[in-house]
Design a protein around this ligand. Sequence first.
Ligand code: C5J
Length: 234
Amino acid sequence: MLSSSKPTLGVISAEPEPIKLDWASTALLIIDMQRDFMEPGGFGETLGNDVSQLARAVKPIGVVLKAARDTGMLVIHTREGHLPDLSDAPPAKVERGAPSLRIGDPGPMGRILIRGEAGHDIIPELYPLDSEVVIDKPGKGAFYATELTDVLEKYGIENLLVCGVTTEVCVNTTVREANDRGYRCVVMSDGCASYFPEFHEMGLKMIKAQGGIFGWVADSAAVLEAMKTSTTQG
Ligand code: C5J
């Protein structure tokens, strides 16, 4: 995707150790920045969560998204949601807990967590460009029952910069899936958020513990610095 004359090698000051990435084989993967998780009246709130906890991730993601677009990096957005007939929503997911509204019920932003409804869409601040990839996923992990593997193979992607919500659920699940498939994942600490700040902290610690058992963790400033100070491969 990147022009061959551009510097493409960057070193991110990450934990547990710095990581060198070739931007040409790196994608920005933005997980589930949807109105259903981020705004009042959506899936997150029907589960009893304080959705304002997630707002802090929007700005850091926006800054890195702009830098990724400027450098021509592949950008992939995911959306968690289900078909209108709920044929891809297992009863074990739909019936769980005691939410005020269940998946598929009509809510203020349309049917809860259903593809095509307003609540299922990505928030305006991070809205995908027509040229960007959008992966619709029925599960927490972005690889389960999606075309993500095919997309990554098509573009020669080996590394993922991962951000989005929530840290301990869809971000962590996706990073674990990606790690098992051989992708290097750098998770953006301030570009992720949880309804539970302590789960956010733990979710990041789990990734970077044991020498980076699932991946690396870095903040948006470190990612931007690595992009800015990139060198030419050779
Ligand atoms: C949840 C997600 N928390 N995107 N989904 O149900 O993390």
